[in-house]
Design a protein around this ligand. Structure first.
Ligand SMILES: C[S@@+](CC[C@H](N)C(=O)[O-])C[C@H]1O[C@@H](n2cnc3c(N)ncnc32)[C@H](O)[C@@H]1O
Length: 353
């Protein structure tokens, strides 16, 4: 039945739309699962290394798989505009990369493949099944309910999940730190030593030190994380607990750390960061999402999804509005701050004592 006819029958356009939209939620997981399958098969990598559009038969031989199920996977991915189809001179079609399919390649500056692998891993999916428990009994962490411990202790004991988590964070660091260097380089002016608190395996700091070679970097994270960080000139890896002490530097860099914690813990972390920097010229550079209260922001949906992810995977973590950021910064003793948007989900909040 066409849309117009359906509208006429029940007279309610919203009802007609709901009949279609409900299937998005019933099969909401399909998109993630098919994209994960495309990454595991290496479809985008195969087309990229072929150098030209690929026919189904070329693609199936390159991947060593059966053409018929691959055809169905490609039909879905083309329908979702993840790959494109182009006609061949022989009257068949071939598959072409798009900007989004390139993000499914396993390597490359814009690759998000590891993030998809982490987000769709069994350990991470388990918490989503317990989201309602968090809402019913505020304080029950879905991740802890699923695994018996928080995500950081779990990662310390499960090296393969630790690797997935660190590689996922590195994906975002590559994209977001590039946006920071392009869109807000002034934030690093006058900084000689920079400590990246919760810096993961050091991707962000390596990029910052490469862009600003006068900076000496300290990548600070939990011992099981820095033990797998790469060695790099100009960057020292230091293991520790940010709730105890943060290594001293001119400035602290905190990317996607504070959103993992509730307000009280955030204030404790920020106070430790404040103790680590000089009172007169020190600063804390926070790279986090800011939930806009008004509508019309293209990335608002992503930020709200991120907020749901914090609810699922952390104990008290959340994405914050500007008012909520002002509260934690004020309570931690920061008297001045500025917020600058960059070409990323996160903004740059520069806070001074
Ligand atoms: C969401 S990840 C962000 C990683 C990195 N900043 C980035 O954006 O790519 C949060 C990081 O905080 C680290 N972390 C958690 N608890 C910590 C603690 N008590 N002390 C130091 N680092 C901690 C985790 O190990 C993890 O690497």
């Amino acid at each position: 039945m066409g849309d117009a006819k359906r509208e006429k029958t029940n007279g309610e356009p919203e009802e007609a739309q709901a009949e279609i939209d409900i299937w998005k939620y019933i099969f909401g997981f399909v998109e993630m699962a098919v994209v994960k399958c495309a990454i595991e098969l290496g479809i985008a990598d195969a087309i990229e290394s072929h150098g030209n559009p690929m026919t189904l038969s070329e693609l199936s031989s390159a991947l060593g798989c059966e053409p018929s199920p691959l055809y169905r996977i490609m039909r879905f991915l083309v329908h979702r505009r993840i790959f494109k189809e182009e006609p061949t001179c022989q009257g068949s079609v071939c598959y072409v990369q798009t900007p989004i399919s390139r993000r499914l390649m396993r390597r490359g500056e814009k690759s998000m493949a590891a993030f998809v692998s982490f987000a769709s891993s069994p350990a991470v999916l388990a918490s989503w099944h317990r989201l309602s428990a968090r809402v019913l009994a505020n304080g029950t962490s879905p991740f802890e309910a699923a695994h018996g411990e928080d995500i950081w202790s779990y990662a310390a004991e499960n090296p393969s999940d630790n690797k997935l988590l660190n590689e996922a964070m590195a994906c975002d660091a590559r994209v977001t730190v590039a946006a920071l260097i392009n869109g807000c380089p002034e934030v690093l002016q006058g900084v000689s030593t920079l400590v990246d608190v919760g810096g993961g395996t050091g991707t962000a700091l390596r990029m910052l030190v490469k862009a600003c070679p006068w900076i000496r970097g300290i990548n600070f994270d939990l011992p099981h994380v820095v033990s797998v960080a790469l060695e790099s000139d100009g960057v020292d890896n230091v293991g520790g607990n940010m709730f105890d002490c943060v290594p001293k530097a001119d400035a602290v860099f905190l990317k996607w750390v504070l959103h993992d914690w509730g307000d009280d813990e955030c204030i404790q972390i920020l106070r430790k960061c404040r103790e680590a920097i000089p009172e007169d010229k020190g600063k804390v550079i926070i790279i986090e999402a800011v939930i806009e209260e008004e509508e019309g922001d293209q990335l608002k949906d992503v930020r709200l999804m991120l907020d749901m992810a914090m609810m699922a995977h952390t104990n008290k973590g959340k994405e914050r509005t500007m008012k909520e950021w002002a509260y934690v910064l004020g309570e931690a003793g920061f008297s001045r701050y500025t917020v600058k948007p960059i070409h990323a989900v996160q903004s740059v909040i520069e806070a001074c004592p």
